[in-house]
Design a protein around this ligand. Structure first.
Ligand SMILES: *[C@@H]1O[C@H](CO)[C@@H](O)[C@H](O)[C@H]1NC(C)=O
Ligand SMILES: *[C@@H]1O[C@H](CO)[C@@H](O)[C@H](O)[C@H]1NC(C)=O
Ligand SMILES: *[C@@H]1O[C@H](CO)[C@@H](O)[C@H](O)[C@H]1NC(C)=O
Ligand SMILES: *[C@@H]1O[C@H](CO)[C@@H](O)[C@H](O)[C@H]1NC(C)=O
Ligand SMILES: *[C@@H]1O[C@H](CO)[C@@H](O)[C@H](O)[C@H]1NC(C)=O
Length: 338
């Protein structure tokens, strides 16, 4: 079965490339002025943003949970119509996503909620809290069916409207925020709850009336008020939790799930080769036909890929490889969302 796993591996590799291209393609809206990154928490790093406290691999931000943040990057100054977050929920390609069954006694995501918070400003806005079926309040696992990357498009609420000038900071709630990501999940049979804070600055221009073209974005940005405009901040505000209470509430894993350990998933037996290996023997006469029949003409009744057997010699027939190919295609198809 060595051939099978390396084949599946290359398919997985191929499909993750496709997914990456898909992500770039769906990146609607803009972060705005990426070049004007402000110095912050820079450890004397002279005007450069210091992301050393973050675990970033190829632009993917590893969290203490199974979710991997693809966007935004830490300390990005943001504005525009809405906040765009892209989160890989497939456990780096290892976990199934709905509509596939995600139940696994070893490793699975239970739920993920997001808030936009600022300690200094005392703000805690709901981004996604599994309340309605409409994004972004919806359960992100259930949106964009089949996609391993979930896109959360949070319409900036009205108190964040303003231009890139200092006066606004006094009269609005603009300033530094965290995209705070709460993850409930199971890893190798143990349940964990983590909070990850991704710092951004809400300092780029946000206009009172967002452009109509944002409606082309999928999933559609929200929440919106009854008139289709920006939400009143009070409508999506939550109480601030004391920081030490937040710290006390989490139950972190012993290390980063992908980087420090790797994750274990249950073996699935609902696919792959049907039946055990066929009987060998027959002086090698059943070999090398290349017909893909799976029924060798071996004299003692070997049954190829179908049917169980406890006889010794292993034969990889054309039929077996066909089945493998189909499994690979199914995997590829489900990952690119055919
Ligand atoms: C998230 O999952 C945890 C663990 O299963 C559960 O206790 C909690 O109620 C869930 N929260 C939501 C909002 O569904
Ligand atoms: C973001 O969260 C970190 C802790 O994770 C905290 O130190 C920082 O002050 C927070 N930033 C804001 C703007 O609240
Ligand atoms: C989710 O957030 C919205 C907006 O802040 C709030 O109205 C709702 O009560 C919240 N739902 C839950 C279950 O906390
Ligand atoms: C923000 O509100 C949510 C929902 O009440 C809560 O779970 C979370 O801990 C709060 N975050 C902060 C930083 O207070
Ligand atoms: C999960 O299980 C895998 C495979 O047994 C192991 O390599 C890994 O270290 C485990 N991870 C944790 C966090 O225990």
């Amino acid at each position: 079965m060595v051939e099978i796993s390396s084949f599946l591996r290359s398919i997985l590799l191929l499909s993750s490339c496709l997914i990456w291209r898909g992500v770039e393609g769906q990146m609607l809206g803009e972060y705005g002025g990426r070049q004007r990154v402000r110095a912050r928490q820079n450890n004397g790093n002279n005007g450069q943003k210091d992301t050393s406290a973050f675990n970033i691999v190829n632009g993917r931000i590893l969290t203490p949970g199974l979710g991997i943040i693809l966007a935004p990057q830490p300390f990005t100054p943001m504005g525009g119509d809405f906040l765009h977050v892209a989160l890989d929920v497939s456990g780096d390609g290892k976990l199934p996503v709905p509509p596939q069954n995600t139940d696994d006694p070893l490793t699975q995501i239970f739920n993920t909620t997001l808030f936009l918070t600022s300690n200094a400003l005392g703000k805690n806005f709901t981004i996604s809290n599994i309340t309605t079926t409409t994004p972004p309040f919806a359960n992100i696992m259930m949106q964009e069916s089949g996609q391993t990357v979930k896109h959360i498009n949070f319409e900036w609420p009205d108190c964040l409207v303003g231009d890139n000038n200092k006066d606004d900071l006094a009269t609005t709630a603009r300033g530094d925020y965290n995209v705070s990501i709460h993850q409930n999940y199971r890893l190798n049979g143990t349940n964990f709850y983590t909070i990850f804070n991704l710092p951004i600055s809400v300092t780029n221009s946000i206009s009172q009336f967002p452009g109509a073209n944002q409606l082309l974005t999928k999933p559609p940005p929200g929440p919106l008020n009854a008139n289709g405009g920006r939400m009143n901040c009070d409508m999506i505000s939550n109480p601030m939790m004391d920081f030490s209470a937040l710290v006390a509430s989490v139950n972190n894993p012993p290390g980063q799930p992908f980087q420090d350990f790797g994750i274990a998933t249950s073996q699935r037996n609902d696919g792959g080769q049907v039946g055990g290996n066929g009987k060998g023997g027959g002086g090698g006469q059943g070999q090398g036909q290349g017909q893909g029949q799976g029924i060798g003409n071996n004299p003692n009744g070997g049954q190829g890929a179908l049917g169980a057997s406890n006889a010794g010699v292993k034969r990889e027939t054309g039929a077996v490889l066909n089945v493998v190919g189909m499994v690979g295609l199914v995997v590829l198809g489900s990952m690119v969302g055919w």
